[in-house]
Design a protein around this ligand. Structure first.
Ligand SMILES: Nc1ncnc2c1ncn2[C@@H]1O[C@H](COP(=O)(O)OP(=O)(O)OP(=O)(O)O)[C@@H](O)[C@H]1O
Ligand SMILES: [Mg+2]
Length: 351
């Protein structure tokens, strides 16, 4: 495992550093002895020069090893962070799937009851309409009494509002149901094997799940190719990548909008299509754009421009890893400061 390798490298490098330090100490001692042993100035100069050269070589080698050590430490930290995130996601996923399941059952009977109420309200509406007709044919006294009852119940208002209330409730139920379905799909248990997936579905699910992250700062539109062929992929990891890019887009728009008391919104647009032998996913935002001086670093582990608690600088590193290493694809971007950014994913079609 990488983690074990990194640990072994660190132990090895530490041992080497200690050995080098010992060599330098020994050389320094030798130099001191010679100085005190009364040798000629020319000899002393030659020794000093030699010593300087050796020290310089050793310093360079130390520097190189220090750099290797730093790199190994960074790798170790990243592996640990990835492991931690994977564990966290797994338990959040399990929880989400459990909650989705719990919400599903009451939602089903609320839905069935709504259907029943809709049917009943249609029946009641028929009854009152018939009553209206009957009113004209019955004796005045009875008609007045009946009319008074209908007025008391405010039937006209009810007949207008009850179907509307039922319609809105049914709408709400279908929204909750689709969110619950998306939660179930998003927390799809990770499998070692790739599955053939039409990425549009993963995008739709992620957009729904992350609605709360983008809805306050952006209007989101999609243009997903209807005839997109499936590509082999790890659904849960691709979902994570889309989620990371979506949150980054929302943050960049939020940053550009600043205080925004007028409640202005930016745009996020997601599109898919086939390009040569790839499925291309584009996530475009009208956010702050990426400044030239940091463009080369955004995929670096732990690189972030966000404050504590808002960003850890791992989103793009992990996304890049997932797309390039695990899916043999590419993750690139186009950006213009102050205008916006587009992240582009290419996933190879099945061969
Ligand atoms: N769409 C974007 N627009 C502008 N800048 C971006 C965008 N996406 C990423 N960046 C820049 O790249 C940096 C690194 O992004 P990354 O997703 O790796 O980390 P993060 O968002 O800061 O933290 P994390 O994703 O771990 O919570 C961000 O801090 C930001 O400066
Ligand atoms: Mg991020």
């Amino acid at each position: 495992m990488i983690q074990q390798d990194d640990k072994a490298t660190i132990v090895k490098l530490r041992a080497k550093l200690t050995a080098q330090q010992k060599t330098i100490d020994a050389l320094m001692n030798a130099a001191e002895e010679r100085t005190t042993a009364g040798i000629s100035p020319t000899e002393l100069l030659a020794h000093n020069l030699n010593l300087e050269r050796v020290v310089q070589q050793k310093t360079e080698s130390l520097k190189k090893q220090g750099e290797e050590l730093r790199q190994a430490l960074l790798n170790l930290q990243l592996t640990q962070a990835r492991l931690l995130q994977a564990q966290k996601l797994e338990s959040v996923g399990q929880l989400a799937a459990g909650i989705a399941h719990e919400i599903n059952t009451p939602m089903q009977f609320i839905g069935t009851n709504m259907e029943f109420l809709e049917e009943a309200s249609r029946g009641m509406s028929l009854i009152t309409q018939s009553l209206q007709k009957i009113l004209a044919t019955i004796p005045e006294m009875m008609a007045q009494e009946l009319q008074a009852i209908l007025d008391e119940a405010d039937w006209e208002y009810l007949m207008q509002e009850v179907p509307l209330a039922i319609k809105q409730s049914k709408n709400g139920i279908s929204r909750v149901t689709s969110i619950v379905q998306a939660m179930k799909e998003f927390s799809h248990p990770s499998s070692k094997e790739k599955e053939n997936v039409v990425v549009n579905k993963v995008i739709e699910t992620t957009v729904l799940i992350a609605r709360n992250e983008w809805k306050y700062v952006a209007n989101l539109t999609t243009d997903l190719a209807g005839d997109l062929p499936p590509v082999p992929c790890h659904i849960d990891e691709l979902g994570q990548v889309i989620l990371n890019l979506l949150i980054n887009a929302a943050h960049a728009i939020g940053e550009k909008l600043g205080q925004n008391p007028a409640g202005d919104k930016g745009e996020i647009h997601i599109s898919t299509k086939v390009v040569h032998s790839f499925v291309e996913i584009r996530i475009r935002d009208t956010g702050s754009g990426i400044p030239v001086e940091i463009r080369g670093r955004i995929f670096d582990p732990f690189f972030t421009t966000k404050g504590v608690g808002r960003g850890t600088g791992q989103g793009l590193t992990i996304s890049h890893d997932v797309i390039t290493e695990k899916h043999d694809g590419t993750l690139t971007f186009e950006t213009e400061e102050g205008v916006g950014t587009t992240f582009i994913i290419h996933l190879p079609l099945a061969v």
